[in-house]
Design a protein around this ligand. Structure first.
Ligand code: 5GP
Ligand code: ZN
Length: 109
């Protein structure tokens, strides 16, 4: 079982930001910015590349609720999802990184 499935099952502790029947948002263990939350479907999908669009629709609404709860709708934030090897994905359970709480900077090469 993957590490995020273990988090969903409660076998690994997490700092939960928001949870519903289908999704979980929790603080990243190694935050890259002041706010760094991981948002996952409770069901296992390897990456965004295989996620059913129907799940993305529900996840969109959940992510918007996470942003409300974090009070960053005015200040803004960035969503990132890494996909596979070139994408730099380390945990093979689809997730968004939500970062913010400060200016996150430009994407530069
Ligand atoms: P990826 O590189 O797969 O897009 O990102 C994986 C993220 O998961 C990393 O930012 C890493 O810090 C985070 N992470 C890995 N293991 C754990 C864990 O056990 N708990 C939490 N809260 N975050 C984790
Ligand atoms: Zn998983």
């Amino acid at each position: 079982m993957c590490i995020f499935c273990k988090i969903v099952k409660g076998e690994i502790p997490n700092q939960t930001v928001l949870e519903d029947e289908n999704f979980l948002a929790f603080n990243d263990i190694n935050p890259a910015r002041k706010i760094h939350v991981l948002i996952i479907p409770k069901g296992h999908y390897d990456s965004f590349d295989v996620i059913p669009p129907k799940i993305m629709t529900a996840m969109t609404e959940f992510i918007q609720k996470v942003a409300s709860k974090l009070e960053i709708k005015q200040s803004g934030y960035r969503l990132i999802t890494n996909i596979g090897s070139d994408g730099g994905q380390e945990v093979p359970h689809f997730h968004f990184h939500l970062i913010g709480g400060e200016p996150v900077g430009k994407l530069v090469r």
